[in-house]
Ligand binder design. Sequence first.
Ligand code: DX5
Ligand code: ZN
Length: 212
Amino acid sequence: MLEIAPSVLAAHPLYVARDVSKVIEAGASILHLDIMDGHFVPNISFGPAMVKALRVEYPNVLLDVHLMLSQPERYLDDFVAAGADQITIHSEIEGDVPGMLKAIRQAGKGAGISLKPATPAKKIAPYLDLLDLVLIMSVEPGFGGQILMPETLPKLKALRSLGFEGVLSVDGGVNLANSHQVKQAGATRLVMGTAAFTAEDPKAMFEALSAE
Ligand code: DX5
Ligand code: ZN
């Protein structure tokens, strides 16, 4: 079944509770949380306190945490303690990537890895057994509201060909108009920031996404 994960980055920073409750009431059961350090990406967003606040408010919502951090190993424990359900690190970082993925799983959380647009699927071939989720960036990470790069989508089928059976998530510029293309490419989860948080009727949009 298709999963839809609204990205909280697109909520109004002063009215996160108002905006998040709107997408939850519309049926979302996953929230995607973009954590940016101003180093791995040029932007800075929010941290474990936001994850924890959402965990307390929404105990049953799956919290899908996307770490755009140069040194995620420094913060894994904090995001585990904050109540993340799935933690995704980037494939382009330096450091012990398999060690971090194992640590995430040992903490009882789902482990994910993300690929920037220029990173090929084969880069993560050695880690596929350690992964519950792969997050394909369909924009350069750092900012919401960008245009989806369709040339990133063939990586989804490439990962299936390599034998990956977990969640295939696409992040960046996904909207109702291009969702068919993203699903055809093999996505099982659509991350949506701008499209989910600016929808006048998010329930109707989520239903339309799932119906196709
Ligand atoms: C970009 C983030 C995305 C972003 C998506 O670095 O990883 O999750 O919030 O936002 P939209 O859907 O607006 O492209
Ligand atoms: Zn993201």
